[in-house]
Design a protein around this ligand. Structure first.
Ligand code: 13P
Ligand code: SF4
Length: 343
């Protein structure tokens, strides 16, 4: 990025500084810090408008991205939906690569770009070949893949699921035996949520794997009035000890609707920042465990992607593979409907 490209007048900078500061001061940002950010967010927002693009941002991204340039902030499920429903022809997906792939699968005709091809310990834990081997090993079982998988793995699975619909999807599957990939913890948690036989893969999220039962008990002692919320990528031992289990969107809804005043989030610290900025009437106690993949992306990567995308930024999938992977996502939406009708 070259700074001379960022032409902004002093009044524009002042106005943008105030806009950024309105949200970011809640997270300790100074006005001066926001002023330094302002030329970049102004330029990104100008280019976005000029190109008819939208910027989708996962809740684990940094606050300067969330409050500076995002059109929508959400969980992997909401963002995939948003990508399909919004009329924009160009999507910049500020998150890890598998989410960009999901957006492309759901919007084959749209241009989907990612600021960095960032990995994920769960998505990186399994290949399409390994799914084929599992199928041979358990020929009667259906395969449900968590959304944290690459398109090549989705293409070999029967249905996808996200943290918001995992139980509904697994229960609506026609098979009684389910190979659940790639999150071992979510698979083990599922065993306590359904009567189906769950065969989990051994992938783990390096963020949620950092927490343990002792750390939860220490939090209880330190903050006896706090409600503790955990992501379903945490171990069953943790899930058993906490007050609420849900994906990032479900956690936000829970905090907004709960009468409790203090909350502890057992998840990536980007979400803690989001809650601190958006739930100002609540006391949010965060752990700070960063996802190094999510944090690979910075504002300047988004700017470079808009100004001068290279082939690495562009999400392209071979048509035959995309068709199979899309069927896996379509099946998720169909199974969700079946589950809702049965309720
Ligand atoms: P959700 O936002 O869908 O709950 O997923 C969390 C996550 O780990 C994304 O990588
Ligand atoms: Fe993957 Fe965990 Fe990072 Fe989410 S938080 S992107 S699951 S490593």
């Amino acid at each position: 990025m070259t700074n001379d490209a960022l032409h902004c007048t002093p009044p524009e900078i002042s106005k943008e500084t105030e806009r950024l500061h309105e949200q970011l001061h809640k997270l300790g940002w100074t006005r001066e810090g926001c002023r330094l950010l302002a030329p970049t967010t102004l330029e990104i927002n100008r280019l976005k408008k000029e190109q008819g693009a939208i910027i989708l941002v996962h809740s684990y991204q940094t606050p300067d991205i969330m409050y500076g340039v995002a059109d929508f902030v959400g969980d992997s499920y909401d963002l995939s939906r948003k990508a399909s429903e919004h009329p924009a022809r160009k999507i910049i997906f500020s998150s890890v690569y598998f989410m960009g792939e999901t957006a492309k699968l759901l919007n084959p005709e749209k241009e989907v770009l990612v600021p960095k091809k960032a990995g994920c310990s769960l998505a990186d834990s399994i290949t399409a070949e390994q799914v084929k081997k599992l199928r041979q090993q358990y020929p009667e079982a259906g395969v449900v893949c968590y959304v944290n998988t690459y398109a090549s793995v989705k293409a070999e699975s029967d249905a996808c699921c996200t943290s918001s619909n995992v139980q509904a999807v697994v229960e609506a599957m026609p098979q009684e035996e389910i190979i659940f990939i790639p999150d071992q913890m979510m698979g083990l948690n599922l065993r306590n949520m359904t009567s189906k036989t769950i065969i989990p893969w051994q992938g783990t999220c390096i963020v949620h794997d950092e927490f343990n039962e002792n750390s939860i008990m220490q939090i209880r002692q330190q903050f006896p009035d706090a409600e503790i919320l955990a992501h379903p990528e945490c171990s069953p031992g943790i899930v058993n000890l906490v007050d609420f289990v849900g994906g990032t969107a479900a956690m936000l809804k829970h905090v907004q609707n709960s009468s409790a005043t203090t909350f502890m989030l057992v998840t990536e610290c980007g979400l803690t920042d989001r809650f601190k900025a958006e739930c100002t009437d609540k006391n949010i106690v965060g752990s700070c465990i960063l996802c190094p993949y999510m944090k690979e992306i910075g504002l300047t990567d988004i700017l470079d992607t808009l100004k001068n995308p290279d082939p690495e930024n562009r999400v392209e999938l071979p048509p035959a593979l995309a068709e199979k992977a899309r069927a896996c996502l379509d099946n998720m939406f169909a199974l969700e409907k079946t589950a809702a009708a049965a309720d």
